[in-house]
Write a protein that binds this ligand. Sequence first.
Ligand code: AMP
Length: 282
Amino acid sequence: MIIFKKARDLAQHLKTLKLKGKTLGFVPTMGALHEGHLSLIQISKAHSDISVVSIFVNPTQFNDKEDFDKYPITTETDLELLERQAVEILFLPSVEEIYPTGYQANNYELGALENVLEGSFRPGHFQGVCQVLDRLLSITQPDLMVMGQKDYQQIMVVKKMIELTDKPVQLIIGPTLRDQSGLAKSSRNTRLTPEQKTQAKALFQSLNYVRDHLKVGVDLEKLTRQAANQLLANGFLRFDYFSVCRQGDLTPIREYQPGLSLIILVAAYIGNVRLIDNILVS
Ligand code: AMP
């Protein structure tokens, strides 16, 4: 694996590979790698000749300073995992490399997507996500990029940014990897105590509870409240949202009708760790 810390060196190397006809897959991450990330790397490897992984904890997407300060950094282990996956290229830039002096942040017209669900609880988050991915895609210019369904709203926002900036990249969505209890793998899980980790499986259970009770005429507000209460009874401190939305544009639905492509999304706190998860209903 070749590790690049400088954007210019990486861009030059990738240009040479492209001139040789190699296709590039890109998997952006913030490190503290787990099997979820590795599954995205496998998808990238299956669809391209060379896979580039980036590890960069992007300060501009954190609206909560404590969350940023406490974000786990496990570079040594990450390098071992990536070597074992036979990843060809790692991009490990500094903040200055991504946002050099004189960098002018774009304002992306994300529309309603920016202010619902995650956006309403994390102001500025999605602009930060777009900034970093715009930069990373400009540097790497991959044929495809793989991202996880776990951050469903992020995928929709990134799709929009790709359209707005006219980037010729294909976005592939990888399914959410879970541990045996159903808890979605997440870098933030490392901040949970063993007891909290056991309790955290209630998140996936509560999503399934809502899905299993969807039927014509159901009171959706009551149903999601019941599910949220289950979380509170199982060690969660509070929740930001619990919502049943259309998959296409994340508008909340008022009435359930069979045949709609829906997504159930939740964000909740266990201790001071904020976890998100979702499941699709087709
Ligand atoms: P992060 O390092 O948290 O920024 O995540 C990097 C990528 O991994 C994003 O596209 C996430 O959606 C994806 N990801 C995070 N958790 C999982 C998971 N449990 N399964 C699959 N992909 C995931």
